[in-house]
Write a protein that binds this ligand. Structure first.
Ligand SMILES: C[S@@+](CC[C@H](N)C(=O)[O-])C[C@H]1O[C@@H](n2cnc3c(N)ncnc32)[C@H](O)[C@@H]1O
Length: 307
């Protein structure tokens, strides 16, 4: 049997405390993973509540279905960027809470065959959804060098992105995670190499899975799905994603600039819930190092907003 290692859900109590506004309500976990948050959520809800768990990864859906045996719970396969069409249309404007715990799961990282980890040798894959036509191998081997440099610099915040790209291009075809690792190690030497490896792998993963685009789409869709007074909680692990969420919660767009209506009133599809930012305690980080960079933000759909 396959070993399923899903770790502790990050900021679990903190998230549920702010997300649940109605224990009889309808909730959507857009990043089901191993079902850690979803199973905790179910324990806080009444018998008449409903929880829909979305994930684009079959392994995650299998693990969560095995863990959660509850007739209030249903799984949905797909990308949360399309959650409005994945969920029954009757849910539009009726969802009380949406949770997004974005990024990869520890389970995905630990499986060498998925290609997410520089610590395991495997194919250059990194697709969360196996139906995705774009893989890490395509990004690494087929992208124009200027585009690859931009990805490593923007999504990975890697200072040596140009030099790393030159080395990758000279070594093409780069076919495995070990070969990509060796390319990075030939540029960055010494104690900082693991940080650069993490940045390069993260940047390519964000591109392969179009993570910023899908998050933007999901934020827009959440406005349509939420009931008045309903809330969305987003946990991100990367400064670009966190900035996007902060801007969207403030202004309803990725730029964070509040638009005005004809009468000069602010147009805000969501209102940020205070505290604006929740981060894990020292104890949680000691227990679960993956939680270290987690940043949780929550927003509420105000009354009388037409989505
Ligand atoms: C950090 S894990 C979630 C862990 C989960 N909260 C738990 O407690 O077990 C993120 C999960 O979201 C999924 N995921 C990431 N981006 C997604 C997207 N755009 N659409 C659907 N699922 C996505 C991944 O496949 C992964 O299983």
């Amino acid at each position: 049997m396959q070993h399923i290692a899903y770790h502790d859900p990050v900021l679990c109590e903190e998230t549920l405390n702010v997300l649940i506004t109605d224990p009889n309500g309808i909730y959507v976990d857009g990043t089901l993973g191993g079902g850690g948050h979803a199973s905790a959520l179910l324990t806080h809800l009444s018998k008449s509540a409903k929880v829909f768990g979305i994930d684009q990864d079959d392994d995650a859906l299998r693990a969560a279905s095995k863990r959660i045996n509850d007739n209030r719970f249903s799984t949905v396969k797909g990308n949360f960027g399309y959650m409005d069409v994945l969920l029954p249309s009757s849910l539009q404007g009726r969802v009380n809470g949406i949770l997004l715990d974005i990024g990869v799961s520890s389970h995905q990282i630990d499986q060498g065959t998925r290609g997410f980890s520089f610590r395991e040798d495997g194919p250059l894959d990194m697709r969360m959804d196996p139906r995705n036509p774009l893989s890490a191998a395509i990004v690494v081997n087929n992208y124009d060098p200027a585009e690859l440099t931009r990805i490593l610099f923007t999504y990975g915040e890697e200072r040596f992105s140009r030099k790393i790209t030159e080395t990758i291009v000279a070594r093409r075809p780069v076919e495995t995670t070990a070969e990509l690792r060796q390319a990075v190690e030939s540029v960055i030497r010494g104690p900082h190499v693991n940080k650069s490896l993490a940045r390069v792998f993260q940047a390519i993963r964000i591109e392969v899975n179009q993570e910023l685009e899908m998050l933007t789409m999901a934020l827009h869709k959440s406005v349509k799905l939420l009931a008045e007074g309903g809330r969305i909680a987003v946990m991100s692990y990367h400064s670009l994603e966190d900035r996007l969420v902060k801007h969207f919660f403030r202004a309803g767009n990725a730029d964070g600039v509040v638009e005005k209506d004809f009468y000069g009133n602010d147009i805000r599809p969501l209102n940020p819930v205070k505290p604006a930012l929740i981060t894990p305690s020292e104890q949680e980080i000691a227990r679960n190092p993956r939680a270290r960079s987690a940043r949780l933000r929550v927003a509420e759909k105000p009354a009388e907003v037409s989505a």
